[in-house]
Design a protein around this ligand. Structure first.
Ligand code: URA
Length: 251
């Protein structure tokens, strides 16, 4: 998608990023050598490079293991999931949305009030900011895939509990395996910690190419955090620019 420069400036403005300095044209994100100057992950995060996605427990899936499910079976398994306490309070599950052949996959934390009501991730205020971030990056919401670590809303928007994330993980892993995106963007520390199995602070994880079983992964701030801390929007923008560079550099 090629976004008109004036439109892109409008979306950047919507993100709260002021753009008075001269920007180089988008061409700089593609072509030979793109990505050559990227920082690489600490050893503990990079070691999964090139490996297959880990085996996924079958316990939640009845007769078919989650790892073997097609989209339809996976959606059905998520819809009927009762593996953790969160199913008791949900209006509906929030599976994920977007292009199943997406090059970009965004992973958030868990549905909030609006997502639980509408059944779609990132449709509340944080979602509006995510949309602005996507458009500023030259992406349409329909061309990326958006999912969460948890498929059910935690009560009062509390943090996901470790056992909830553990029970839900096979669903996200299967979504990633089916999509095989060129890049995963982990939105916020819960998504980053859950995917990377680390407890490193977000500030130490962001703005570098990490690896999720051979798939490049970039950690950035969660849009809800950015709504509370608009001064960090510029850093999120840097992270997305790095993402664009990686995607356009190809596999
Ligand atoms: N926050 C998230 O992490 N995910 C959503 O879907 C909405 C808000």
């Amino acid at each position: 998608m090629v976004l008109r420069e004036d439109l892109r400036q409008q979306y950047l403005a919507a993100m709260g990023i002021r753009t008075w300095e001269r920007r180089r044209p988008p061409a700089r994100y593609s072509g030979a050598g793109a990505g050559a100057d990227l920082g690489f992950a600490p050893d503990e995060l990079a070691r999964a490079d090139g490996q297959q996605l880990p085996p996924q427990p079958a316990e939640s899936a009845g007769p078919t293991a989650v790892a073997d499910m097609d989209w339809e079976a996976l959606e059905q398994a998520v819809r009927g999931c009762t593996l953790c306490r969160l199913h008791l309070g949900r209006t509906q599950t929030v599976f994920g949305t977007g292009n199943r052949q997406a090059r970009w996959m965004f992973v958030g934390e868990a549905p909030g009030f609006e997502e639980d009501r509408q059944g779609e991730p990132f449709v509340g205020r944080a979602g509006q900011l995510l949309n602005a971030m996507l458009y500023a990056t030259g992406l349409k919401r329909e061309e990326v895939y958006i999912a969460n670590v948890l498929k059910c809303r935690p009560p009062d928007n509390r943090d996901p509990q470790p056992d909830e994330a553990r029970q839900c993980e096979p669903y996200l892993l299967r979504q990633i395996a089916l999509i095989q995106p060129r890049l995963i963007i982990a939105l916020g520390r819960h998504a980053a910690h859950s995917l990377l199995k680390t407890e490193l602070a977000l500030g130490k994880l962001r703005n570098q190419r990490l690896n999720y079983h051979g798939i490049p992964l970039i950690v950035t701030y969660h849009p809800a955090y950015l709504l509370r801390n608009p001064a960090d929007k510029r850093k999120a923008w840097e992270d997305l620019c790095l993402g664009r560079k990686l995607v356009e550099a190809g596999p």
